[in-house]
Ligand binder design. Structure first.
Ligand code: UD1
Ligand code: CA
Length: 462
């Protein structure tokens, strides 16, 4: 019984004729980065993919992401979802124009999301779609009440609660600044009028940009109503700076931790465990403090992960034990009951059932047989400076402490490698292999040395 942790909740059945546009062409200057803003990562995944997933989970069939010129990375990240290019970042309305001809008027509702707002939930989008259809609204805007409305656009409502206009912070008067209800940026627009509305947007405003937010006022002047759906600020944090990126990451991690615990995992110190978007935990898994899950980790039922482990690209089967202080790198596979203890690094290596490497070892490009024991200080020497090679250790083999296994090499089933050996030839099943300088013991030798060193001194240590 495993579950993929989801920070967003389940998805419902797809509705028909919903399209989505994800805007990601802004320069993101406040990030102060060479990387386009929407490629910065949340939960180890480019943030633009979250808005995209939410739109699809809410039933959007046709999705297009708007990127800037030279943002090939964005197209790569979202593929196979197509990208449209906005030639210049002239504002959010101009960005929507870039998808003309890509999203037809046959879409009854077009969702518009910002690539820099990754925490949005599908059910919120579903509520917006329903409001758009049921009320015959031209535009439904997702509003929220942030603790600090600061630079967000303000939602101006009429006496009947309908949405009359959106005023950008830079263009708002003193009275409008006091409005606490803000524009999240997310909209559901009647597909039949979307491009008529954005074509009517001008750029006579504080920033000299084409504001998508103007379509609400324009629709109203054309006799069409608009409406607001509200959601919590935790879903709608927009990321414009590294600080906001960190805040969104915290919020995302909180969701993942809650999902992990709801799914039957014990997190001793939830706040210090970090998940990736795709972490999968089984039931009755225990995770100690300060554990980091990189991408691509699957953990079976009843696994114990002790504190201070770093795990990435690894599959850990039922009943296995990891840590404390273990590092599992991509391609690590711990089969049932396998054990990896402190200061052990595993990369591209399989530990078959009940195999153990309890302390201080490097297992790379290796196969460790069922029930085999890897002594402290064992190193698989998988790299000769030119190429990588494999080490294969048979079932029930015993590798003594401080052994170097020079790959390619194999150690047969039940074989024993004596401590301190350097093994560069295959060891047969049931054999004992030992490479060790002869032991020399000189009776009384230590005592003689001590007497010699101490003669001529005052008898003290030196
Ligand atoms: C926008 C809204 C504001 C809202 C806020 C919520 C407008 C005019 N303002 O302001 O009302 O409160 O989001 O976070 O829409 N983008 C393009 N092309 C452009 C400009 C922007 O694709 O020419 C994209 C950006 O990549 C980003 C999104 O649109 O994903 C929002 O742009 P941004 O500049 O961050 O808008 P805000 O000033 O935050
Ligand atoms: Ca923004």
């Amino acid at each position: 019984m495993t579950q993929e942790l989801s920070a967003f909740g389940g998805n419902r059945a797809a509705s028909h004729r919903i399209a989505a546009v994800i805007l990601g062409a802004g320069k993101g200057e406040r990030m102060n980065s060479r990387l386009p803003k929407v490629l910065h990562r949340i939960g180890n995944r480019p943030m633009v993919l979250y808005a995209l997933d939410a739109a699809r989970a809410a039933g959007a069939e046709a999705c297009v992401v708007v990127a800037g010129p030279g943002m090939a990375g964005v197209a790569e990240a979202v593929a196979p979802v197509p990208t449209a290019v906005q030639a210049e970042p002239r504002g959010t309305a101009d960005a929507v124009k870039a998808v003309r001809g890509r999203i037809g008027p046959d879409a009854d509702t077009v969702l518009i999301l910002y690539g820099d707002t990754p925490l949005i939930r599908p059910r919120t989008l579903e509520a917006m779609i329903a409001r758009r259809r049921d009320g015959g609204n031209a535009v439904v805007v997702l509003g929220f009440r942030p603790a600090d409305p600061g630079g967000y656009g303000r939602l101006v409502r009429g006496g009947d609660g309908s949405l009359e206009a959106i005023v950008e912070a830079g263009d708002a008067g003193a009275e409008q600044h006091k409005i606490g209800l803000c524009n999240s940026g997310v909209m559901a627009v009647d597909g039949a009028v979307l491009f008529d509305l954005v074509d009517a947007v001008g750029s006579d405003n504080a920033k000299g940009e084409y504001y998508l937010t103007d379509i609400v006022g324009i629709a109203r002047r054309r006799g069409r109503t608009s409406s607001v759906v509200e959601a919590g600020p935790d879903e709608l944090l927009g990321i414009n700076s590294r600080e906001e990126l960190a805040a969104a990451e915290r919020s995302f991690q909180q969701r993942m931790r809650r999902a992990a615990m709801a799914g039957g995992a014990t997190l001793t110190d939830p706040g210090s465990v970090w998940f990736s978007f795709d972490t999968v935990l089984g039931r009755d898994v225990t995770v100690g403090p300060q554990v980091v899950f990189g991408p691509g980790v699957t953990v079976g039922d009843e696994v114990e992960i002790k504190g201070f482990c770093h795990i990435e690209g690894a599959a850990i089967a039922r009943g296995a034990a990891v840590g404390p202080f273990a590092r599992l790198r991509p391609g690590a596979e711990l089969q049932e009951g396998a054990k990896v203890g402190n200061f052990v690094e595993v990369k591209n290596a399989v530990l078959k059932p009940d195999a153990r490497a309890n302390h201080l070892a490097y297992l790379g490009d290796a196969e460790v047989g069922a029930g085999a024991n890897i002594g402290a200080g064992t190193i698989t020497c998988n790299y000769d400076g030119f190429r990588k090679a494999r080490t294969v250790i048979g079932d029930g083999a015993f590798i003594g402490s401080n052994s170097a296994l020079v790959a390619p090499v194999s150690v047969g089933e039940r074989a024993i490698v004596g401590a301190g050996s350097t093994i560069d030839r295959d060891v047969q099943a049931d054999a004992l292999a030992l490479t060790r300088a002869d032991h020399t013991a000189v009776p009384e030798g230590a005592a003689r040395i001590r007497r010699r060193k101490m003669s001529g001194t005052a008898g003290g240590r030196n």
